[in-house]
Design a binder for this molecule. Sequence first.
Ligand code: AMP
Length: 415
Amino acid sequence: MANINNYDFKGKKAIVRVDFNVPLDENGKVTDDTRIRGALPTLKKILEAGGSLIIMSHMGKPKGKVNPKYSLSQIREDVEKALGTPVKFVPDCAKAADEAKALKPGEVLLLENLRFYPEEEGKPVDIDKADPGYKEAAEKMKALQKDFAKTLASYADVYVNDAFGTAHRKHASTAVIADYFSAEDKMLGLLMEKEVQAVDAILKDIKRPFTAIMGGAKVSTKIGIIENLMDKVDNLILCGGMTFTFMKAQGGKIGNSICEDDKLDLALDLMKKAQEKGVKLVLATDCVAADAFSNDADTKVCPSNDIPDGWEGMDAGPDSILAFREVILPAKTILWNGPAGVFEFEKFTRGSKAIAEAVAEATQAGAFSLVGGGDSVACVNKFGLADSVSYVSTGGGALLEAIEGKTLPGVAAVK
Ligand code: AMP
């Protein structure tokens, strides 16, 4: 497989799929440029090696229609500044042939939002799934998606995918385009390579003991991952809002705590599976309960299976924190996804902070730790510990699907 480190980019035009889906304020100014910075190593490497760049990305959900609110022209200057070289904006990503042809080594084009074309996602936009004509429209769109991908491919000699955030999507620019390049002329970018290696470290090159920490609001959104991890981990901490589904399933009293009543059997089943597989399951046995879902609420510590009426579990309690530390500190591989409490409220950050600190301590002692998927990244950032773990993933859905054991189309397409 071609590799960005040994590919000869000299005189080559590289079309690079990045994830520049950055947040903008109401004036169209970038409020967080993490994603732009994330792609810089790949982009700079290609320029330094004598290549030229055609950068493409999506932004937001314009649903296949041109919408100035999601125009990538708003970030052109930011990209220019980050790269330290002029960046020319092309206002129609499907009509960039002339600009691409004229591109010289060291020059950079930024294409307009790919998702202004429904072909990018490859799904019909103006017809409901339930309509009788949907199937035909979907097939037609698949053919149009191939044409669109072919057009994008025609701009360049080599394709690089560095957009981990969309690697779980089979879109024109993330996967279909790869069919129009030979195996020697398509590859993952540096960010993607790091992400893939991080996932391999927790799914394939596991150093034991392996402790996974799954938190967040609901068990229903994490079933696939928990089931896949069950075959791999030594210790599994299940915390956050899902705790109370487990407590209720075992006959506990959970007051007003969040609970998925249709997942009680599933919770019991997961507990049984853990036992059968010899996985040590660590649930938050005590919690900080509150008399309202608010930072100003009155609080008290109580057993997670004996919460008074009118109160709800909002964070892990002190005994739980000790139990979490016990399986995190000796771990040599750690995965953390999802907070242990409603960490958005200062009063209920303790459980998540304790996890972040224990993960950082274990990492210091030699463990490989991967933090990723949604709110756990916000957690390590909030506690200033992002640099104290081995790897913070940039991918939300993509990371979760990878951990579920699914093949990511964006990775498979270039491998
Ligand atoms: P997720 O996106 O599934 O990782 O869930 C993250 C969300 O779970 C955060 O917004 C937390 O506030 C929420 N959460 C964590 N613990 C609890 C809890 N005990 N009760 C309600 N929400 C919770």
